[in-house]
Design a protein around this ligand. Structure first.
Ligand SMILES: [Zn+2]
Ligand SMILES: [Zn+2]
Length: 277
C-alpha cells in the first residue's frame, strides 16, 4: 500500500513525523512520503522511523505556488525524492522569515484597532509549527473579534481587504524550477481543487508540463471515478507520472491512509527512476 501525501505537526498536522509513520505501519502502508507544507524539517525523523519499521521512504514536500496575475489563487505542488536539501532549505528559511515578518506587521495593525496580541499568541493557535497570514483571521474569529470567519479572511488576507498586508508571492514557474533544481520531481497535488475543469484543466496541465511538471496526483480521497479516469488520460497525454496520496492530517478526519495497487512496485520504481533533466 502506498501513501505519498501525509502531513505531520511540522506543518499543520496533528502527529509527529514518527507517529505518522507508526500509524502508516498499522494501516499496512509499505511506501510513504511525508509532504509537510513548506517544510522538510520532519524528514530525518520520518526516514529513521521508516527504516526501523521496514517502510520504504521517499522524501517529500508540498509547496504553495501563485498561479494568476492577481496572485490571489494558489495551487499546491508536491516535490519528491530531491537530493539537494540545501536549495530547498534556503527558500524555506526565507519563506518562514517572510511569514513571521508579515504576522508581526499584522500584530501592529491589530494594535491600531485596539486588539493587543503577539506573534506567540497567534502562533499558539496552530496545531503544528506552520504559521501563515491565514492564522490572523483564525485568531480573530476564535477570540470573538469576528463572528464571521469569512469576513475576517476578507478583511485581512484577501488582497482587496481593508487590512491586507501584501506579501511576496512565488509563481508556479519558480516553484517547479526550485524542485527541479533540488533534484526533485514536481507533481501537481489534488487537481480536483483547481478551478479549471475538463478542457481548461487539460490546457493548464499542458502549460505546467512545459514548465517542467513531471507528475499528477491521480489518486486522492476527493477524486471520484470520473476524475481518476480523466487525470489518468492527462498523465498519458503529457507523459506524467501518477501518484497517490491521502493528504492525511489528523485522527479527527474521516480520511483513510493509503492506496492499494496491484502494480505498486512499478509505480514506485517509475517515481524513483524518473529522469528530471
Ligand atoms: Zn495541498
Ligand atoms: Zn497536503
Amino acid at each position: 500500500m502506498i501513501d505519498l501525501h501525509l502531513h505531520s505537526f511540522v506543518s499543520d498536522g496533528d502527529l509527529s513525523p514518527s507517529e505518522i509513520v507508526r500509524k502508516a505501519k498499522q494501516n499496512g502502508i509499505s511506501t510513504l512520503s511525508l509532504t509537510d507544507h513548506d517544510s522538510i524539517s520532519g524528514i530525518a525523523e520520518a526516514q529513521l522511523a521508516c527504516k526501523q519499521l521496514g517502510i520504504r521512504f521517499i522524501p517529500g514536500v508540498e509547496l504553495e505556488a501563485a498561479t494568476d496575475i492577481s496572485r490571489s489563487r494558489y495551487i499546491h505542488i508536491l516535490g519528491y525524492n530531491f537530493n539537494n536539501s540545501n536549495i530547498l532549505n534556503e527558500y524555506l528559511t526565507k519563506l518562514r522569515e517572510e511569514r513571521i515578518y508579515i504576522i508581526m506587521e499584522y500584530v501592529k495593525v491589530l494594535r491600531t484597532l485596539g486588539i493587543y496580541t503577539s506573534y506567540e499568541e497567534i502562533s499558539s493557535i496552530t496545531s503544528g509549527l506552520h504559521i501563515t497570514a491565514y492564522h490572523i483571521p483564525m485568531f480573530l474569529h476564535q477570540n470573538g473579534y469576528y463572528e464571521s470567519f469569512s469576513q475576517a479572511k476578507k478583511d485581512f488576507i484577501n488582497p482587496s481587504g481593508k487590512y491586507y498586508i501584501p506579501r511576496n508571492f512565488y509563481d508556479v514557474d519558480f516553484i517547479i524550477n526550485l524542485i527541479l533544481k533540488a533534484g526533485g520531481i514536481p507533481v501537481l497535488a489534488h487537481p480536483c481543487r483547481l478551478p479549471q475543469k475538463n478542457e481548461a484543466l487539460d490546457s493548464y496541465v499542458a502549460e505546467l508540463t512545459s514548465k517542467g511538471l513531471l507528475g499528477i496526483e491521480t489518486f486522492y480521497p476527493e477524486h471520484c471515478n470520473e476524475d481518476v479516469i480523466f487525470y489518468k488520460s492527462l498523465a498519458q497525454k503529457y507523459g506524467l507520472l501518477q501518484t497517490a496520496g491521502s493528504d492525511w492530517h489528523s485522527e479527527k478526519s474521516q480520511i483513510k491512509m493509503g492506496f492499494e495497487f496491484s502494480n505498486e512496485e512499478a509505480i514506485v520504481k517509475s517515481l524513483l527512476n524518473c529522469k528530471r533533466d
